[in-house]
Write a protein that binds this ligand. Structure first.
Ligand code: ZN
Ligand code: ZN
Length: 363
């Protein structure tokens, strides 16, 4: 992978450090470490100053770190505290920033004690904010993750029939996704059938799928570290008018939002376009979650598209658009796609197999 992308990420971070008059940043969130260095192991901290970049891990990972993070000096021996102490001394650092939302009170106390001469400056979601706008390399990986996910949906359909358990569908789906190059499930898949489909987060259970059930499948995979996330609701055997109308309403709400979403609008404004339509039908309270979320190295990232979110969408952000309506005792429908925000609209990364409520009939 091209090191230029990592040079760019480092320079964006250093610009932020300069703006805030900070000498160095100690990074503890492994996902942020991966974003900034390329290193995918789990034991990792970074110390990034305006000129230097150190990756601190343990001996098990030294070779992997050398290979994956060529822009960093790798330190793979000694305790993290003693290494950090040494680096602060070598570079006469008077202050370092740290990730306040990714540091336990225990670690903070240890740090404070061993770096008694150094001022510790708390920062919140600094790297997370950089991560919201994806570079071309990230977009290509997200595109591929989305493609695998969309194709796996069409492949799972022949497997879904009355009598089969939700968990079997979920397992088979994971197998299909991995066969296409996915490395691990991005989250616990939702496979919610019949009345269970009114639970927005109905993780696959041992319930057997029955004729006439609505089935909501919400699934995604990691592809070279990047996540996909897609939802489709289908009917098994047949569907009544109520099911079809519910589906059309959710689809229409999603289409409204997709027409509206572009760079420059806020998270709450994106959410409102879909919510308005559902609320007009008197079902506002049955759409109990936000319209969508960013995704990248993690399946839920900034920005969120939800009521009260003032964050302005920017070109290069990748988000989900996932309205849903859930009727307890009856069932629910959610349709979720991944989109890339652009200046004048958004590009769909997933979009297939949703024009109308799909009814499976050949068993
Ligand atoms: Zn989802
Ligand atoms: Zn989602």
């Amino acid at each position: 992978m091209n090191v230029d992308y990592f040079k760019m990420r480092l320079s964006r971070l250093r610009k932020k450090l300069r703006e805030q008059n900070l000498e160095a940043f100690f990074i503890t969130n492994p996902v942020n470490c991966r974003y900034l260095s390329g290193f995918s192991g789990s034991t990792v901290n970074l110390l990034i100053s305006l000129e230097e970049a150190y990756l601190i891990t343990d001996f098990r990972y030294s070779q992997q770190a050398e290979e994956e993070a060529p822009l960093y000096s790798i330190i793979a021996k000694g305790s993290m505290l003693s290494v950090l102490e040494g680096l602060c001394r070598d570079y006469s650092l008077k202050s370092i920033a740290f990730e306040q939302n990714y540091m336990t009170v225990y670690s903070y106390e240890l740090l404070k004690k061993s770096l008694s001469e150094v001022k510790l400056v708390p920062l919140i979601k600094t790297v997370e904010e950089l991560r919201t706008v994806k570079d071309l390399h990230e977009i290509s990986l997200l595109r591929k993750a989305a493609e695998i996910t969309e194709e796996s949906f069409i492949k799972i359909l022949p497997f879904i029939k009355p009598g089969i358990q939700e968990r079997d569908v979920s397992l088979e789906l994971e197998y299909l996704l991995k066969q296409e190059g996915g490395t691990k499930a991005a989250f616990d898949f939702i496979a919610a059938s019949g009345k269970r489909s009114s639970m927005p987060h109905g993780v696959a259970s041992s319930k057997r799928i029955e004729l006439g059930d609505l089935v909501t499948l919400d699934f995604g995979i990691h592809y070279q570290g990047y996540c996909s996330d897609m939802t489709r609701t289908i009917a098994v055997g047949y569907a009544g008018e109520r099911e079809k109308n519910l589906y059309q309403l959710v689809l229409q709400a999603q289409m409204e939002a997709l027409q509206h979403i572009k760079a420059g609008i806020s998270g709450e404004s994106a959410d409102y376009t879909a919510r308005k339509l559902i609320a007009e039908k008197g079902l506002g309270k049955n759409f109990g979650h936000g319209l969508g979320h960013g995704l990248g190295l993690e399946v839920h990232e900034e920005p969120r598209l939800a009521p009260g979110i003032k964050t302005i969408l920017k070109s290069g952000m990748v988000v989900t658009v996932e309205p849903g309506v859930y009727l307890p005792g009856f069932g629910g429908v959610r349709i979720e796609d991944m989109v890339l925000i652009q200046e004048n609209g958004c590009e769909m990364l997933t979009q297939k197999y949703k024009e109308e409520l799909l009814i499976l009939e050949d068993f």
